[in-house]
Design a protein around this ligand. Structure first.
Ligand SMILES: *[C@@H]1O[C@H](CO)[C@@H](O)[C@H](O)[C@H]1NC(C)=O
Ligand SMILES: *[C@@H]1O[C@H](CO)[C@@H](O)[C@H](O)[C@H]1NC(C)=O
Length: 304
């Protein structure tokens, strides 16, 4: 407090003491030493930090997932995918399904023939289910890998070609379904016909991950009507796996399945569950899209 009695003098001479040539109580040399110490100190810290991260990155591959001992099964996703998983429309009233239909048209554009022409990037893998297509190690040495073509025509009435309303106009809507991509994942089909629910067995086939849709509630089964599956068999054929990742297989196309509901009872909230079956595909209560999905389809008669 006594310093304050001198007025500003104490402060001023603390900031710059011209007698001793001290700035904030230290000489230039002293400041320089402190400054140098901290530059070196923090430099070393940063070096250790960067070094550790670099060493860590060196152990990771750009191509292969490092830790993949327990792969979560792939999500099963569908188009259209409206909010709350509810599809509701009126037969013949285009405006009620316009959004669904345009979403599907957009989605399928990636599968147009002209996108798959380049034979340095694509090859035909046949249209019957076959075993996995091995394209070498998950390393850069072999360069970019080809991907299997997937022809939209395989989806038949649900390809959007002959019927650009995907069956919605006459009340027989299609859904397009795919398994989400997982690098280096080989889905394993069910071991036998007996290992899947009886209703799904007609879709069982060698080298195929079968898909099957049924009603959520068993007592509503008679309201579902016939369900037809289009694609390569009623499911996902193994020759499209494994996926080599964004860098090695940038043009990869997932195989698709189109599901057509021919005669869902009108004016009824039809709750449907679609599931894929395989030895390494299971389901989770937490992630309801793992290996399955739920959807509610309400088809209204124009009169009601
Ligand atoms: C599996 O079972 C279904 C019905 O039980 C049958 O139609 C189908 O041919 C069987 N598939 C094979 C590959 O055995
Ligand atoms: C559709 O289902 C209804 C009963 O829900 C039935 O009366 C009708 O015959 C079915 N139509 C066709 C084409 O199968």
């Amino acid at each position: 407090m006594s310093a304050n009695k001198d007025g500003d003098g104490g402060w001023k001479s603390f900031i710059w003491n011209s007698d001793k040539k001290e700035f904030l109580g230290r000489t230039g040399g002293s400041w320089f030493k402190i400054f140098s110490f901290y530059v070196i100190f923090y430099g070393c810290l940063a070096g250790i930090f960067i070094g550790t991260i670099q060493a860590m990155l060196l152990t990771l591959s750009n191509y292969k997932p490092t830790y993949q001992d327990r792969v979560a099964p792939p999500g099963l996703s569908h188009t259209p995918r409206p909010d709350k998983a509810e599809i509701s429309f009126t037969i013949g009233k285009d405006e009620t399904y316009e959004a669904y239909v345009s979403h599907m048209g957009e989605f399928l554009k990636a599968y147009n023939d002209e996108k798959q022409e380049d034979s340095s990037k694509f090859e035909d893998c046949g249209d019957i289910p076959k075993t996995y297509t091995e394209r070498g190690e998950l390393e850069s040495t072999d360069g970019v890998r080809k991907a299997c073509r997937f022809n939209r025509d395989l989806l038949k009435e649900c390809s959007g070609k002959a019927d650009d309303q995907f069956g919605f106009r006459e009340g027989k809507p299609c859904l397009i379904v795919k398994l989400n991509r997982i690098v280096n994942f080989r889905p394993r089909p069910p071991a036998s016909n007996d290992s899947i629910p009886e209703a799904a067995r007609p879709n069982f086939q060698n080298h195929l991950i079968p898909i099957h849709c049924s009603t959520k509630r068993e007592e509503e089964a008679d309201k579902l009507g016939p369900v037809e599956y289009f694609g390569i068999g009623a499911g996902f054929p193994l020759q499209y796996y494994p996926y080599y990742g964004k860098l090695l297989q940038p043009q990869y196309l997932q195989p698709l399945v189109a599901i057509k509901f021919h005669n869902i009872t009108r004016d009824f909230d039809m709750r449907i569950e679609c599931k894929v079956y395989g030895q390494n595909i299971d389901y989770s209560e937490k992630d309801r899209s793992q290996g399955r999905f739920d959807i509610k389809i309400t088809i209204k008669n124009p009169s009601s």
